[in-house]
Write a protein that binds this ligand. Sequence first.
Ligand code: DP6
Length: 325
Amino acid sequence: MTTPRSVTAVAHANIALAKYWGKADDRENLPAVPSLSLTLEALRSRTSVSADASLTEDAVSLDGALATGRARERVVRLLDDVRALTETKLRLRVESHNDFPTASGLASSASGFAALALGASHALGRPLPVATLSSVARRASASAARSLFGGFVALRLGAASAEPVLDGAAWPLVMVIAVTAMGPKSVSSTDGMRHTLATSPYYPTWVTSAPALFAEVERAVLGRDFETLGAAIEQSALMMHASMLAARPALVYFSPATLRAMERVRALRREGTLAFYTMDAGPHVKVLCQEADAPSVAAALALVEGVERVIVSAAGPAAYVEDTA
Ligand code: DP6
């Protein structure tokens, strides 16, 4: 136990290669399927947390604005978990910034909650083991459990916390993100999962098919087999989206630009460049490729109609606390 202090924690976003969609346990926020992700260097949340004895409640600001409603409740619930584990009652002042658009399907909740869990435990003077932090982050947002770790990361079925599978440097793949125009505000992942579970006849098939796909993705990562990995990640993303498309009413995260970018990736393959796409709860297309192909894949995606920006990212590190010297 050290003295409470002010700290800044940094966590990087992650993109799932084998997707998580659906919960086995709503209260504990345990996923119904295993998932495997790549943590990304280029997308990060930086969260400052300080313990403040004069506060009567937590003061939370997200990207410069005071958090209210459901966003604030999720943060306070995570802080309550950390306070319970560290046996402290101190209220915290939290300021979190993302260096990418929040709630855009670019996984801001993953890096945000991972940085928050790490920052809060340090600010309370009681750094917790990384597996505990991953579990705390999972309760807030299951994909956040994976952002405590760098490189390739698994959140196994029934596991409380995520675990590293392979260091990013051991297989230097690159993710090229085609940021497409945002349509009307889309449905959050949490609400989208609930709706899919309640109304989609394809949801049970998704849940029973996902473990084998996850195992294939993991084997391909460990065996550095890029073609198998690519085929499996596309199938995981499309099976997840198929379950949403079969919901009532349908949950459609794709925009015309999403479909155009996907087609461009298929054309790249026909032209001889190995690249594979994945999409989450938003219209952006994330394209996995090998390091040498990243410049040409990025150039091709930048020319797709409706693609506003391209972000090129290598694998990123585990979450860390910044030096406060
Ligand atoms: C499509 O982790 O945001 O990005 O646990 O309800 O907060 P909650 O959901 P969240 O869902 C992420 C869904 C996804 C796929 C993935 O990251 O595995």
